[in-house]
Design a protein around this ligand. Structure first.
Ligand code: PBG
Length: 321
């Protein structure tokens, strides 16, 4: 045998030399769930180890994560049903607890990279990402609401807006509006290829944001398709997105690779709630090793071409170092 691939695996030091992909805590964005009130920390039933925090405890959590080297956070609010309506008006109420918390985070920790979601679902009495009329999701009318939401979040100091709604034209619409209002430095990480996925289940538990009727298939992508991801990416690129995101990650590693091969923008992947919960559920039964599974998952997402990973494992990963 002239060629023995095992020679490059013979010791840890040799394996280290030939290792192509590495993970850093700097690649990670940690999603956090916010609830109204104070002194509250409530575990999400379907996501062991992940909590919904009130502002005061979230600030402490961010501080402890920063000590571990995490520098980027994506905050999602859980709104009570009483504050939801059909036009998501709470999302751009300047006095709403979510915007106040974003402001406070940037005030206390100006160095963090703060990201927020742009979509109607946490504030919508219909539980959809867009405006509902007669059972349909209206595209262009939704853009106006997303625009108001984006300006409010930019004004609160958010560094990266994450439109996760999948309406057509929203990246360009939001970019123009931000620029017209002086927010030229606010970035957009577009949820470019966001699939209609079963893996968002635990997240919708965390936010009580499941759709009240139907599903999200008229706006989120069909898991059977990859060509559409190229169209979405082309549009987001032209409309001024700073990052392209693929979501979920694990069942869509081919899409991550496709976008990273074809677009020069940094690619992000969302290692979503269901992907986290699957590992935790199996680990709770002693069926697999949570830590090793986490490392393999994060590595595979990076290997496939993602530069940035949004993951509920972020803190657990950071604690290993
Ligand atoms: C809302 C949104 C969702 C997620 C991020 N933003 C859920 C959905 O589209 O229904 C999912 C994140 C996760 O599952 O971790 N637009």
């Amino acid at each position: 045998m002239q060629r023995r691939p095992r020679r490059n695996r013979k010791s840890e030091s040799v394996r280290n030399l030939v290792e192509e992909t590495s993970l850093s805590v700097k690649d990670l964005i940690f999603p956090l769930f916010l609830i109204e009130g104070s002194n509250k920390k409530v575990e999400v039933n379907s996501m062991p180890g992940i909590f919904r925090y009130s502002q005061d405890l979230m600030l402490r959590e961010i501080e402890s994560c920063m000590k571990l080297g995490i520098t980027a956070f994506d905050v999602f609010p859980a709104y009570p049903e009483s504050l939801k309506d059909s036009i998501a008006s709470e999302s751009y109420n300047p006095e709403t607890f979510y915007l106040k918390t974003l402001r406070e985070i940037k005030k206390q920790f100006p160095e963090v990279c703060l990201m927020s979601d742009v979509a109607m679902d946490p504030y919508s009495s219909d539980g959809h990402d867009g405006l509902v009329k007669s059972g349909k999701i209206l595209n262009d009318e939704t853009l106006e609401i997303l625009g108001k939401m984006s300006l409010s979040q930019a004004d609160a100091g958010v560094d990266i807006l994450g439109p996760s709604d999948m309406m057509d034209g929203r990246v360009g619409y939001i970019r123009s509006l931000l620029d017209e209002n002086g927010f030229t430095e606010t970035s957009i990480m577009s949820y470019t290829a966001k699939y209609a996925s079963a893996f968002y289940g635990p997240f919708r538990d965390a936010l009580d944001s499941a759709p009240k009727f139907g599903d999200k298939k008229t706006y989120q992508m069909n898991p059977a398709n990859s060509q559409e991801a190229l169209i979405e990416a082309e549009l987001d690129f032209e409309e001024g997105a700073d990052f392209l995101m693929v979501k979920p990650a694990l069942s869509y590693l081919d899409i991550i690779k496709l976008l990273s091969d074809n677009f020069p923008l940094p690619i992000a992947a969302y290692n979503v709630s269901g992907e986290y919960s699957m590992v935790k559920a199996a680990a709770a039964h002693g069926w697999l090793d949570s830590e090793r599974a986490m490392l393999e998952i994060l590595l595979s997402i990076k290997r496939s071409g993602a530069k940035i990973i949004l993951s509920y494992f972020a803190k657990e990963f950071a604690l290993l170092k």
